[in-house]
Design a protein around this ligand. Structure first.
Ligand SMILES: *Cc1c(COP(=O)(O)O)cnc(C)c1O
Length: 380
């Protein structure tokens, strides 16, 4: 029978009624950040906690990273920075999108002591006409991503009149080792950062930290590595796994004649097969692309999804699971290990992302608000 790991905190009353239980190991997040910091040596590792810490909870994650020694944080939009400021009062917080919405968009930066990353000539002039001289900011320099950032000619033109605290750029192909664009961007960034000699420089995301010293510069911006996703999918994932996602079985049935399962009748079952339907679906971030492609764990064995993922339900073919593990109220583990014991097989975040045809980032940021959430391993 599958076991739910021991609780550090009791589930809230509503959690007993949730279709899915999400367990987030804050100790693993802290350890993954320490790994990044160790790889950076005497240089610094920041923590990227945008999009609610990739869906895992920016309050809890911000707190645990600060306790582990993280002093610099990156969020995407000002509102995220304002919320994070309450939990990390002493840290430096950079906002990657910079000010949004003209002069009025500057208010949160001053109110919460946030540093914008200025991404365009327009953002630079806005900041210069309203911000006090002493207010620190970063500058995003375009080197090949062509998403956000100040193009080279403007970076040269602005250099003599600006003194950013930080210059950044972003690697387009950091997760593809030996891609020629990595070296092109590194060179372009080295040249541009030299225009701003008093600024610290930041180029590497998680994959960049793993790529090595050449792209480390002064400050790294790891995100996905902290949350246990594999930054370099072509290599084994050596990070600690952070998540466990358990889905509750609503109904079990033994098939007694040849049948099909679910919308579109895409999956066939035979007499003697067993089916179990869980209380989560694509409305919970479990993409429809997982249909007949995803796996879970039940009673120590892998069980495949049977047919289409529906909005609120997924049916598994549990024929191979031990009979005593198949009952209403059991849980199918979709991410992580069924129990904490050594050597228990796991179905990782990376596995689920691959089966869904996406990346772990998207799985994380789509995690349902309907799941009950439990944090373990934190300093409290
Ligand atoms: C999201 C983001 C990161 C973090 O990237 P990971 O691949 O998750 O480590 C770093 N820098 C910028 C500019 C980002 O947008």
């Amino acid at each position: 029978m599958s076991k739910i790991p021991p609780l550090e905190r009791p589930f809230s009353a509503s959690a007993a009624h949730a279709g899915g239980l999400l367990t987030i190991n804050l100790g693993a997040i802290a350890n993954n950040w320490r790994r990044m910091a160790a790889l950076m040596g005497e240089k610094e590792a920041a923590g990227v906690v945008k999009a609610n810490a990739y869906g895992l909870g920016a309050d809890a994650v911000g707190r645990v990273l600060a306790a582990a020694g993280c002093r610099t944080f990156f969020v995407a939009v000002p509102e995220e920075g304002v919320a994070l400021r309450r939990v990390v009062p002493g840290a430096v917080i950079y906002v990657l999108s910079g000010p949004i919405g003209g002069a009025e968009g500057l208010a949160p930066f001053f109110a919460a002591n946030l540093r914008p990353i200025l991404n365009s000539w327009e953002q630079v002039s806005l900041w210069r006409s309203h911000a006090p001289e002493s207010a620190a900011y970063g500058l995003h320099l375009e080197t090949g991503m062509n998403r956000l950032g100040i193009p080279q000619p403007e970076a040269y033109a602005l250099a003599s009149s600006l003194s950013p605290a930080l210059v950044i750029s972003h690697l387009a192909c950091a997760d593809i080792p030996n891609h020629p664009l990595i070296e092109e961007q590194r060179q372009a960034f080295s040249e541009l950062r030299a225009l701003y000699p008093t600024a610290r420089a930041s180029l590497a995301n998680s994959a960049g930290v793993l790529l090595g010293r050449d792209v480390h510069f002064d400050l790294a911006r790891p995100g996905i590595a902290l949350y246990g996703g594999n930054p370099l999918p072509t290599q084994p994932n050596t990070l600690e796994q952070v998540l466990t996602l358990q889905l509750k079985v609503l109904q079990v049935r033994r098939v007694d004649s040849p049948q099909s399962v679910g919308y579109g009748a895409t999956y066939q079952v035979q007499p003697g097969n067993w089916l179990a339907t869980v209380a989560a679906g694509y409305a919970d971030g479990l993409s429809r692309t997982l249909s007949s492609a995803g796996w879970g764990l039940l009673g120590g064995v892998r069980v495949p999804m049977a047919g289409r993922v529906s909005m609120d339900l997924i049916t598994f073919d549990v024929t191979n699971a031990p009979r005593q593990a198949v009952y209403e109220g059991a849980v199918i583990t979709l991410i992580g290990q069924e129990d904490a014991s050594e050597g228990t097989q796991a179905h990782s975040l990376d596995d689920l992302a691959r089966e869904a045809g996406t990346i772990p980032y998207e799985i994380l940021t789509s995690l349902s608000h309907r799941y009950a959430r439990r944090y373990v391993g934190g300093a409290s």
